[in-house]
Design a protein around this ligand. Structure first.
Ligand code: TXA
Ligand code: MG
Length: 326
């Protein structure tokens, strides 16, 4: 298989070409504010099948359908609770995925055979332009997981997508380059099938923000070790793992990689991979820093986790899984 085109400085013409590629059944990797996604026509079973092949992902893991706006919600979902509408109004476009009972156009090949569908409106101009253009020509939406091989670190640049997937993509598939993702960790996933919302995967939209938007304060976030009955692949025990061994909250020794907030100094001989000033920057640089450890051929990377709430919860969630290894 040959390398697929890598398109930067995307124009209206590039977007039209990419939407046409999706309509023809090819894959288009595109930026979102969280991480890059590997997109396919959400109504084309053969195109979606290729996502699983390219990712090396088990086919019973459901995919998020990326829609252009809240107006598309009722097309893909049914029995939408009021609190889900409140969340969509407040946080879309944004780093939040809602799990809702599916409508009949969300087929088994998208939902992994479940009665629910994951929906998100990403907050990225390129992504929104692509989804809108594709909707216009196809009346469909874009199914997309993170654009990494199964179990590995999600890509936050187009170059990282290419490093992960170009050996598995076809010449007609595309990678759109929209620069570095601004959030850096995957969307918050919220189960909206019960009487109250429930966080399945923490992200930039926090529990406090959900309470504020819905007025519902009584809900049960998953504990780290709880396995939900619905399949959330990001909830597998080991995930988000680089080749290097990830050790948490230890003192690094010479020759090891080190990721920590800027206020923490680098011990002698240790290879500093990132020194973010705050937790938002931490999230933004985390995956690229883990990738850098592998690019440098490091055996071990020590990570001092950020404390506190907000996006730090999502960072610690991903790091705990990364530390469980492959
Ligand atoms: O930020 C993000 O969410 C990124 C960007 C590209 O949008 N996407 C992403 O997709 O992280 P993925 O496939 O790597 O992770 C999505 C998670 C998976 O763990 C999947 O199992 C879960 O969402 N999911 C999707 N639909 C679901 C459903 N109907 N029920 C339960 N979990 C679902
Ligand atoms: Mg993923």
């Amino acid at each position: 298989m040959s390398k697929s085109p890598f398109l930067s400085n995307c124009t209206a013409e590039t977007i039209r070409d990419a939407a046409a590629a999706l309509k023809a059944g090819y894959l288009v990797a595109f930026p979102t504010e969280t991480v890059y996604g590997l997109g396919a026509d959400a109504r084309n079973p053969n195109a979606v099948k290729r996502i699983y092949q390219v990712k090396g992902r088990p086919s019973d893991h459901p995919l998020i359908v990326h829609i252009s706006s809240i107006n598309q919600l009722e097309k893909w979902a049914s029995e939408i609770p009021n609190y889900a509408i409140a969340l969509a109004r407040d946080f879309w476009p944004g780093p939040m995925t809602l799990i809702i009972k599916r409508s009949e156009i969300a087929k088994d090949f998208i939902t992994g055979g479940q009665e629910t569908v994951g929906l998100r409106v990403p907050n990225d101009p390129l992504a929104l332009a692509l989804i809108s253009e594709f909707q216009k020509i196809s009346d469909s939406a874009i199914a997309a997981p993170s654009a990494n091989r199964f179990g590995q670190v999600s890509p936050t640049t187009a170059l990282a997508v290419s490093a992960e997937l170009s050996d598995h993509l076809r010449e007609e598939d595309l990678i759109l380059d929209g620069g570095t993702c601004t959030v850096g960790v995957e969307s918050t996933i919220i189960d909206c099938t019960g009487t109250n919302p429930r966080i399945l995967r923490p992200g930039a939209i926090t529990q406090e923000m959900i309470v504020e938007a819905t007025g519902i304060s009584h809900f049960f976030p998953l504990s780290n070790n709880e396995v939900p009955e619905i399949r959330v692949s990001g909830s597998l025990e080991s995930h988000y793992s680089p080749m290097a061994k990830v050790l948490l909250d230890q003192t690094p020794i010479a020759g090891e990689g080190f990721i920590a907030l800027a206020e923490i100094p680098t011990p002698e001989g240790v290879i500093r991979l990132a020194c973010p000033e705050n937790s938002d920057e931490y999230a933004r640089v985390l995956y690229a820093s883990l990738r850098a450890a592998d690019e440098k051929g490091l055996q071990t990377v020590v990570v001092e986790q950020p404390q506190g709430d907000g996006i730090s919860i999502a960072i610690r969630d991903r790091l705990t899984r990364a530390a469980r290894g492959r």
